[in-house]
Design a protein around this ligand. Structure first.
Ligand code: ACO
Length: 433
């Protein structure tokens, strides 16, 4: 709390309200409207939460004007260049970088929780082979609440920690099972001698009948994408996890809600939509036609992978992923994917010079280039959002832990501006026209 206040005046009654203002470590101050309804009988109205802070958090900071993203205070560029996904996961969950022993204990715990119970593994057989993998992942994660009763007391910090390690360890196994089911191939069990990302690649691409060699560039690319996707403060899916979890729902159900929210094309589904769009554009000559469509108010088409609710300068993650794209396509001999990458670079160049995109501050976001890397690694388009979900599980869990251990926490319950019918009397069907 600061000494600052914010005044609101009712211009009918002349009443004035002094609202307290809170100051964070960084970022804009927030006006505390918590007592507004109780004391003054009005709600605030902010569809899409454009100006609303829904909670206090110490995990991730974004400055959308300057293109800054910090995890627990550390710049994303430093973490992407010097750390790895497991260390970043520890940082997001526990708030500090781990000591050597803490890192080895954490990594060991994640490694030893990678297998999933055989019964939920059999659930995959209940899905049609062409079910969307996000449907399978959300269903199986939710059903895990029926299997791990020994760690479901959400008011017990030890149970919470076991849940956190379990779900982070098992989500790659679930994702790989969804992929294998869609391919009609046998599930591949986790290998505890491999690091997190190499194990994921092995579960995706190895088959029992021949050896599979993990390409270190592929593992490095996945590790980078996972670091960049691990958290992004109160985005749609994270807010969904918090809201679902605020009712005291079991944490697997809350994470499954996050998976469902991530699925949409305006959120995590955008990486899938970008690839579809690039394929539709087809070649550089067609770019002006598609850019014109994106600008046309009467055409619902948007440039997928462009624009962001928070970043109004550039998305720092997009720059890092673009660099990795170069490395993957060069290092893995992805000749067949090069034209797609060149098309994406050309589209970015055209859009960034266009008055419409400049004026509306529309820049490539994290999803603009990530799909090109995933495709070069052999991951099918329908699995892109699943890969995002694997990484974001860390952020969801960190936020769920923060929310559930907040002593002031209460159920999330927004209000509304009602514009429906006013009070009226029921008329029996015989009396209606
Ligand atoms: N192409 C063309 N025009 C766009 C685009 C785009 N990609 N994005 C925004 N605009 C325009 C809108 O038409 C609107 O124009 P108007 O002011 O004339 O009405 C203006 O820019 C503001 O757009 P909003 O949709 O109001 O912005 P909002 O903050 O609500 O949405 C969003 C952000 C959903 C990311 C939007 O930019 C979008 O749909 N982008 C494409 C989908 C995408 O890439 N999503 C991934 C986001 S990153 C993530 O979730 C991991």
């Amino acid at each position: 709390m600061t000494d600052k206040t914010f005044s609101l005046t009712n211009n009918v009654t002349g009443d004035s309200v002094e609202l307290p203002v809170h100051q964070g470590t960084m970022g804009p101050d927030v006006v505390d409207i918590g007592t507004l309804y109780r004391n003054h009988g009005v709600f605030t109205f902010d569809p899409g939460f454009v100006s609303t802070g829904s909670c206090e958090s110490q995990i991730t900071y974004i400055d959308g004007e300057k293109g800054v993203l910090l995890y627990r205070g550390y710049p994303i560029e430093q973490l992407a260049g010097k750390s790895n996904f497991i260390e970043v996961a520890y940082l997001l969950l526990y708030g500090e970088l781990p000591s050597k022993t803490q890192l080895s204990d954490f990594s060991g715990s994640i490694t030893h929780h990678t297998m999933i119970n055989e019964t939920p593994l059999r659930f995959f057989n209940g899905f049609h082979y062409n079910a969307h993998p996000m449907a399978m992942v959300s269903g199986v994660i939710s059903s895990m609440s029926a299997f791990y009763h020994d760690s479901m007391k959400i008011d017990d910090p030890v149970h919470r920690e076991i849940f956190a390690h379990r779900v982070i360890a098992k989500i790659p196994t679930v994702a790989a099972a969804a992929y294998k089911h869609s391919m009609g191939q046998p599930f591949i069990y986790p290998r505890n001698d491999l690091d997190y990302c190499s194990n994921l690649l092995n579960m995706f691409f190895s088959v029992p009948c021949e050896p599979y060699e993990i390409n270190p560039i592929a593992a490095e690319a996945i590790d980078l994408l996972f670091i960049l996707h691990a958290d992004h403060e109160q985005n749609c899916s994270t807010s969904t996890v918090r809201l679902a979890g605020s009712s005291g729902a079991n944490p697997y159900a809350a994470i499954a809600a996050g998976v469902s929210a991530l699925w949409g094309p305006a959120h995590g589904g955008a990486n899938e939509a970008v690839l579809k769009m690039l394929n539709e554009i087809g070649s550089v000559e067609n770019i002006p036609k598609f850019v014109a469509r994106a600008k046309d108010k009467n055409d619902p088409f948007r440039l997928m992978g462009f624009g962001h609710r928070v970043y109004k300068n550039f998305d720092p993650r997009a720059t890092l992923i673009r660099d990795m794209c170069h490395k993957v396509l060069k290092g893995m001999g992805g000749a067949e994917n090069a034209p797609l990458f060149e098309l994406a670079l050309a589209l970015e160049e055209v859009a960034l010079k266009d008055e419409y995109f400049i004026e509306k501050n529309l820049y490539p976001n994290v999803d603009f280039y990530s799909g090109i890397i995933y495709r070069a690694l052999g991951i099918p388009v329908s699995m892109f959002t699943v890969m995002f979900a694997v990484a974001r599980t860390v952020g969801w869990v960190a936020h769920w832990l923060e929310m559930i251990s907040d002593p002031q926490g209460r159920i999330g319950r927004p209000r509304q501006l009602y514009t429906g019918a006013a009070l009226r009397d029921y008329v029996p069907v015989s009396g209606r026209d």
